[in-house]
Every structure is written in C-alpha cells, then in structure tokens.
Design a protein around this ligand. Structure first.
Ligand SMILES: Nc1ncnc2c1ncn2[C@@H]1O[C@H](COP(=O)(O)OP(=O)(O)OP(=O)(O)O)[C@@H](O)[C@H]1O
Length: 267
C-alpha cells in the first residue's frame, strides 16, 4: 500500500523517510480558501521546492508547517511531531528566517547571533555561525550596512543557530544579482550536505532546477504536480514538447506553463 501512513516511501526504487507530512491541508481566510486540500511529503535530507505564482498559497503553507499560522483543517507532522499537539517541539527542530524588523539596529552581526542564541537558550560561537555563511569579515557590521546578498546570508545564518533538522527559506534569492544568487545556491547546498533538510519557495525556475531534488507546483491553492525537475522535464519532452532555438528542449518554466496554462511572471 502506498500512502501517508507509511513511515517510509519508495520513490523509483529508493527508500525515502518523510520528515514533513502534510495531509489534506486546508486554510481559509474568512470566506477565501487559500490552501485547498493539499497533501505532500518532504523527505529527510532533500531540498524541496514549492513553486508557483504570487498568491498560490506557498507562504501560507510554509507558515502553517512552521507553526506560525493556524490551519483550518488537515494534518501536519514535522519530524514526528504534530503541529496540533507539539508545536513547541517543532519550533525547536526547525530554522525559520526572521523578518528583517527583528534585527535590532544598534547591534552588530556577532551580537545579533548571541542575542538569538540566547532566545533559543543555547550557546553558539557567533564567529562559527558567521563562518558558515562567509561573513566573518562583517562580524562588527550592522545589518543595515550589508549588501542584499550578505543580508540573505546573515538571515540564513540565523536559521542555523539551533542546529535545525529542517530549514525553511521563503524566496531567499528574490532581488539578488545573478552572482549573489549563485553564492546563495552554494550555501544552500552546503546546508543540505551538512545533513539538514531544506524547504524553499522560489519564483525562479532556473534556481529550482539547479537546487531542488524535488519540486511541487502550487497554483490557486492546489498542488498540481510533484516530482524531480529531471523527471518533469523528461516527461514533458517525451510528450512531444519542443522548445524553439534552445539547446535543452524544455525547462521547469515550460513544465509550469504547461501545467498551469499561464504565462510565468515575476512577483
Ligand atoms: N492574512 C491573510 N488574510 C487574508 N488573505 C490572505 C492572508 N494571507 C494571505 N492571504 C491570501 O491567500 C492567498 C495565498 O497567499 P500566500 O501568501 O500564501 O501566497 P504565495 O504563494 O506565498 O504568494 P507570493 O509568491 O506572492 O508570496 C493570496 O490570495 C493572499 O492574498
């Protein structure tokens, strides 16, 4: 039997252990349903991408998993803990990017790390945390004086303070230049290599293709497809799809447009 009740799932011959299970999740804001009965699993150690247009329901879904937002119905399990009964245990096991407003303007980066680790009730070396994101030379700098890419790297460092099992990154490269984006991709891959599961939302299809082991396309509150980028693209190509004047015959953007019937647009 295949299903969400199994502790392990077989995907093309490989055993995968779910670290996040979302089952029949629904979120209503008054009479508007933003998330419409979605189910998916994220496997331990993977980089999992939630892709979709503005308003698709990605952030709402992430915030429910992160225990920051109440759901209307459905079940969410993170690392064996249920959001309904064990939100505190989930919070201890996950890394979430704070809003920039949380970065007290008078503190430098090292001091901010010390402050946040104190909030978690743990002791970390600020320089070791900054080393992870290649920001040791900015230890004494204020957050507001960082470049866009450095701000994102610092924000990612704050998600790693509690040595989380899963980190959630909501559009981590939006607004960054191509080089800063690539630096961030490297950082996200290093986080994965260190054994942490990564859940990411992005509008950039090239980013998802490079980074994600699997992606879920979200549209209008529904998940309309989940697979590996390669399998999505191979399936589209096998269906006869052909891209004009491109070396590769299709990319994830093509898969998205094919699935949603909409033009891709940046948010
Ligand atoms: N607090 C709220 N009250 C009412 N409606 C909301 C609220 N938060 C989100 N929504 C609506 O729910 C839908 C999904 O929003 P959500 O932010 O989850 O989408 P998203 O896929 O993350 O979009 P984006 O890519 O723009 O961040 C949108 O139509 C949004 O307007």
């Amino acid at each position: 039997m295949y299903g969400f009740l199994l502790p392990e799932t077989y995907i093309r011959g490989m055993v995968k252990t779910p670290i996040i299970t979302v089952k029949n999740l629904v979120k209503q804001y008054d009479d508007f349903t933003a998330v419409k009965d979605i189910s998916f699993e994220v496997f331990e150690g993977e980089i999992f991408g939630l892709l979709g247009p503005n308003g698709a329901g990605k952030t709402t879904t992430l915030e429910i998993i992160e225990t920051l937002r109440n759901k209307t119905s459905g079940e969410v399990i993170v690392d064996g803990f249920n959001v309904d009964t064990d939100a505190g245990s989930i919070k201890k096991r996950i890394g979430v990017q704070l809003q920039a407003a949380g970065y007290y303007p008078n503190l430098n980066l090292a001091e901010l790390i010390t402050l946040f680790s104190g909030l978690y009730g743990i002791k970390v070396s600020p320089m070791a945390m900054l080393e992870k994101v290649n920001l040791t030379d900015k230890a004494k700098a204020k957050y507001k004086d960082l470049s866009g890419g450095q701000k994102q790297r610092f924000s990612i460092a704050t998600t790693l303070i509690n040595n989380p099992r899963v980190v959630f990154l909501d559009e981590p490269t939006t607004g960054l230049d191509p080089q800063a984006r690539r630096n961030l991709w490297e950082l996200i891959k290093e986080i994965q290599k260190a054994g942490t599961t990564v859940v990411i939302t992005t509008h950039y299809m090239d980013e998802a293709e490079v980074l994600c082991d699997r992606v879920a396309f979200v549209d209008g509150g529904h998940i309309i497809g989940i697979d590996t980028p390669d399998h999505f693209i191979d399936t589209l190509v096998a269906s006869g799809f052909e891209r004009k004047k491109e070396v590769k015959q299709a990319n994830l953007e093509d898969v998205f447009i094919n699935l949603t019937g909409k033009e891709w647009r940046e948010g």
